[in-house]
Design a binder for this molecule. Structure first.
Ligand SMILES: C[S@@+](CC[C@H](N)C(=O)[O-])C[C@H]1O[C@@H](n2cnc3c(N)ncnc32)[C@H](O)[C@@H]1O
Length: 446
C-alpha cells in the first residue's frame, strides 16, 4: 500500500538479509514485498484483555458487545462480533470486516500526520493534535475525507489540497471548525477533531470504552505475561514497564497479591503506568522512574526503591527497548541502520541486571516487538553462552511459531522460542495476523 519506502534503503537491505538467513528457501524479494503489504496494514482483529478481577470474561464480552453495537449503529456500520479467544482465558477478540477500498470521497479533505493515520487504521478517531491540514470552510458536522501525509511534508495549517505522498484512510465527520483547529497562538485544542465514520480498515474505537474492564493489547503481549506465569504472593520485577500493559496484566494474574516493581525511564512514562494501575485498582504495583541498566547493586536492600541486590525477585520480565519493527500498521519508519543496531548492546546491559536480580529457580521472560535476528534469537544465543546458569524453557501458551534459523541455536532450542513472524503469514488465523513479536523464557538453575 504505502510502497517500498516504509524503510530507508539500508534498512530494507538489512531486512532482506534477515529474510535470507531466517527463511533460506523463499525468494527474499517476494518475501520482502509480502512483508511490506502485511506491515502497512492493520491486523484483521482487535484484541482486548479483560479485567478478570472485576468481572468475568463472559459478562464483559456481553457488555462490550452492547457498547460496540451502539457504536456501530451510531456510525451506520455493520455490527462487529466479540468472541472469547480460544486459548487465552482473559482475552476477547473483535473481528473486523474486510478492507473496503471502494469508499467514495468527499470534496473536503483533511490531512493527518503518520502517527495519527496509523491509529485511525486501528479504529481511533482523529485528535486535533494530529490534524495537519483542513479546508478554510470546514465547520462542525461537515463530512470530510481524511488522508495521511506519508512523508511528513504537510505544513501545519495547510488550507489547500495537499499534493505530497498521501494515502486515503476514509471519511469522517468534523467535530471542530478549521478556525478552532489552527487559530490558536499556542497549541491545537485537545480532544477529537474528526469522528471517523467509514474507513478502509474498520476497527472498533476503544478510547474510553469500559476502561476499568478492558485493556486493548496486541495478542502476543497478552501471551507474554501468561508465559511469565505470575502467581499471587510473588515478588516480580517488570524492568521496562510503561505504559503498563503487561504490568497491569501481571498484577491481575497475581490477584493483586504480592508485589510488582515496575521501572521505566522518566516521570511521564511512570505517570502512564500509574494511571493504568489506578484504573484497575491494583495496589501491588510500585512504579519507579529508574534506568534498568543500574538495577543491580550488591549492597542495596531487597525492598523499597531501586536498586536491588542479587537473587531478589521470583520472576523478571524484560520487555525492553527495541527497534519496534514489528508494529502494525507501520506506514513510515525513520530509524537508521545504526539506530537499529544500537539496541542489542542496551538489551544485553539490561539482561545482565535481570540475571543477577533473579533468584535461583526463578523465571526470566525476555520479549521484543521487533523482527531482527540480533535483538531476538541473537540475544538468546548470547545469553545461553554467557550464562550457563540459564536454561531455555518451554512456553505456555505457545500459539506463535518457533524461533527462526540464522544463529547458532539448535532446533530443540528454536522450538522453545515463540515468534510471531511477519515474514511467514498463515492466512486466516488471528494468532498469526498480529504484530511481529518475540518471546524467550529462561529459568535460573543455580
Ligand atoms: C516495549 S516498551 C514496554 C512496554 C510495556 N512493557 C507494556 O507492556 O506496556 C519498552 C519500554 O522500555 C523503556 N526503556 C527504555 N530504556 C530503558 C531503560 N534503560 N530502563 C528502563 N526502561 C527503559 C521505554 O521507555 C519503553 O517504555
Amino acid at each position: 500500500m504505502a510502497g517500498n519506502d516504509v524503510f530507508s534503503k539500508e534498512v530494507e537491505e538489512h531486512l532482506t538479509e534477515i529474510i535470507q538467513k531466517t527463511h533460506p528457501k523463499v525468494d527474499p524479494s517476494v518475501c520482502y514485498r509480502e512483508f511490506i503489504e502485511t506491515i502497512t496494514t492493520p491486523p484483521a482483529y482487535t484484541v482486548v484483555r479483560v479485567n478478570t478481577m472485576k468481572q468475568s470474561r463472559e459478562d464483559t464480552m456481553k457488555q462490550l458487545q452492547r457498547e460496540l453495537d451502539k457504536q456501530c449503529r451510531e456510525r451506520e456500520r455493520e455490527l462487529s462480533i466479540v468472541e472469547p479467544h480460544l486459548v487465552l482465558p482473559d482475552a476477547l477478540v473483535v473481528k473486523h470486516r474486510k478492507p473496503n477500498h471502494e469508499i467514495p470521497k468527499h470534496p473536503l479533505e483533511v490531512i493527518v500526520d503518520v502517527f495519527c493515520g496509523m491509529s485511525v487504521m486501528r479504529g481511533a478517531d482523529i485528535y486535533c493534535q494530529g490534524i495537519m491540514g483542513a479546508p478554510p470552510i470546514m465547520k462542525p458536522g461537515d463530512l470530510v475525507s481524511v488522508f495521511v501525509d506519508l512523508d511528513g511534508k504537510c505544513l501545519k495549517g495547510l488550507p489547500k489540497s495537499f499534493d505530497g505522498a498521501r494515502y486515503f484512510l476514509g471519511n469522517g465527520k468534523a467535530i471542530v471548525s478549521r478556525q478552532d483547529l489552527f487559530c490558536f497562538e499556542d497549541e491545537a485544542p485537545d480532544g477529537v477533531g474528526i469522528k471517523m465514520m467509514d474507513t478502509i480498515y474498520e476497527a472498533p474505537s476503544l478510547n474510553n470504552l469500559l476502561p476499568q474492564l478492558i485493556f486493548a493489547q496486541n495478542l502476543p503481549s497478552i501471551v507474554c505475561s501468561h508465559v511469565l506465569d505470575p502467581k499471587p504472593g510473588e515478588y516480580i520485577l517488570d524492568m521496562c514497564a510503561s505504559p503498563g500493559g503487561k504490568t497491569t496484566h501481571l498484577g491481575t494474574l497475581m490477584n493483586n497479591t504480592g508485589k510488582v516493581i515496575a521501572f521505566d525511564k522518566g516521570p511521564s512514562k511512570i505517570a502512564k503506568i500509574e494511571s493504568n494501575v489506578k484504573m484497575w485498582d491494583l495496589t501491588i504495583i510500585e512504579p519507579y522512574a529508574f534506568n534498568a541498566c543500574n538495577a543491580f547493586d550488591p549492597t542495596a536492600p531487597p525492598s523499597g526503591p531501586p536498586p536491588y541486590p542479587e537473587a531478589t525477585f521470583d520472576k523478571v520480565l524484560l520487555d525492553g527497548p527495541c527497534s519496534a519493527l514489528g508494529q502494525r500498521p507501520l506506514l513510515k519508519n525513520k530509524s537508521s541502520l545504526k539506530q537499529i543496531k544500537s539496541n542489542p548492546p542496551l538489551q544485553k546491559r539490561i539482561f545482565d541486571n535481570a540475571v543477577k536480580l533473579l533468584k535461583p529457580g526463578g523465571t526470566l521472560v525476555y520479549s521484543t516487538c521487533t523482527i531482527t535476528l540480533e535483538e531476538n534469537e541473537g540475544i538468546v544465543c548470547w545469553a545461553l553462552d554467557k550464562y550457563p546458569c540459564l536454561s531455555l524453557e518451554d512456553q505456555f501458551p505457545h500459539i506463535g511459531g518457533s524461533g527462526r534459523k540464522g544463529t547458532n541455536l539448535n532446533d530443540t532450542q528454536l522450538a522453545k522460542l515463540q515468534v510471531f513472524d511477519m515474514f511467514s503469514k498463515d492466512e486466516g488465523s488471528y494468532d498469526n495476523d498480529t504484530i511481529g513479536f518475540f518471546i524467550a523464557k529462561f529459568k535460573k538453575i543455580v
